[in-house]
Design a protein around this ligand. Structure first.
Ligand code: IPM
Ligand code: MG
Length: 368
């Protein structure tokens, strides 16, 4: 039962390798203390892959990703690759993984751990206990729509991005969001700009149709700009939010900051389940590669550790272990350990590695 859980680790760039190192520490802990082993393969993505292959995701890496149970990704990107051609840029590797693995449902929880409510840019009472789940469509919309790029129009240069959605692309992600809402607070906000965008009108219509299958869930439609405003005004009104690729990118950063630090937020990107119930999946922190602090042991590994917890829950059906990792992360904060990004007066500043060690110490206590 325990063996053959196939995991592909793609640490990527910047702080990616450091935070992924702490996942490895927890994996080793699980092996030693819980007798759960993973078959782990490592590979390159992003700028790290570009340096070796002149592309940010080699075909053989893509093949590996298609054939494992789950992919754990660190972060991609950095200023040294700013002038690389678009299709070889670090971000392109990540987008290719999302697209070819067909990871249409991107789950971005924004939860505020009580110990960090003070670190939020909003007042404590607005965010303490916050628990929002943003479901972002990840394989279509403005990111992938065609045509895309430069054109000549009325004798001058023009640049185009296209926002396009098929019926099924909207339906499947909205359904995924309803399925989550039913297990949570039974409230779903479907977010678009139906006042301006045709894709928004279409999105709203489909969300309403799908909603008929979920009478227990309260569905509310909201314009994306209003949603951004409501997120900083009264974030606790939200339970689950479902939205398109571009709005989801923006709103999830906004929600992330409510929780005190971008360094705290995990994400799961899930595909459709096959007949055996297996679904492709990729887990990554919401934060980026933070090149300014890379290699300095300052990065906060908690978002990546919490992403690993999501991996245990959604790919390996190990909710107890997932809950234990989440609890260990919360406990470490409760006793006062902080990386630089969430440092507060009176707390103890620790390095990336020390934070990982502290999490394992808490895991020891929880497992005892
Ligand atoms: C994210 C990131 C990516 C995105 C970048 C790195 C391509 O911002 O995962 O939110 O825009 O989707
Ligand atoms: Mg983003």
């Amino acid at each position: 039962m325990a063996a053959n859980k196939k995991l592909l680790m793609l640490p990527g760039d910047g702080i990616g390798p450091e935070v992924m190192g702490e996942v490895r520490r927890v994996v080793e802990w699980m092996d030693a203390r819980r007798h759960v082993s993973f078959d782990i393969e490592d590979d390159l993505v992003g700028g790290a892959a570009y340096e070796v292959h002149k592309t940010s995701l080699a075909d053989e890496t893509m093949d590996k990703a298609m054939n494992v149970d789950a992919v754990m990704l660190g972060a991609v990107g950095g200023p040294q690759w700013d002038n690389v051609a678009r299709d070889a840029r670090p971000e392109a590797g990540l987008l290719r993984l999302r697209k070819e693995m067909d990871l249409f449902a991107n789950l971005r929880p924004a939860t505020c751990m009580p110990a960090l409510a003070e670190a939020s840019s909003l007042k404590n009472e607005l965010v303490s206990g916050l628990d929002i789940m943003i479901v972002r469509e990840l394989t279509s919309g403005t990111y992938f729509g065609q045509p895309k790029g430069m054109q000549t129009y009325e004798g001058q240069e023009r640049c185009v991005d296209t926002t396009a959605y098929t019926h099924d692309e909207i339906e499947r992600v909205v359904r995924a969001a309803f399925d989550l809402a039913i297990k949570r607070g039974k409230k779903l906000h479907s977010v678009e700009k139906a006042n301006v965008m045709e894709t928004g009108v279409f999105w709203r219509k489909i969300a309403t149709e799908v909603g008929k299958d979920y009478p227990e869930v309260e569905l509310e439609h909201m314009y994306a700009d209003n949603c951004a405003m409501q997120l900083v005004r009264a974030p606790k009104q939200f339970d689950v939010i479902v939205t398109d690729n571009l709005f989801g990118d923006v709103l999830s950063d906004c929600a992330a900051m409510l929780t005190g630090s971008l360094g705290m937020l995990p994400s799961a990107s899930l595909g459709a389940a096959d007949e055996s119930g297996r679904r492709r999946a990729l887990y990554e922190p919401v934060h980026g590669s933070a090149p300014d602090i890379a290699g300095e042991s300052k990065a906060n590994p908690l978002a990546t550790l919490l992403s690993f917890a999501m991996c245990l829950r959604y790919s390996f059906d190990m909710s107890d272990d997932a809950a234990m990792v989440e609890k260990a992360c919360a406990n470490v904060l409760d006793v006062g350990y902080r990386t630089g990004d969430i440092m507060q007066d009176g707390m103890t500043l620790v390095s990336t590695q020390q934070m990982g060690e502290k999490v394992c110490e808490e895991l020891n206590k929880l497992a005892a």
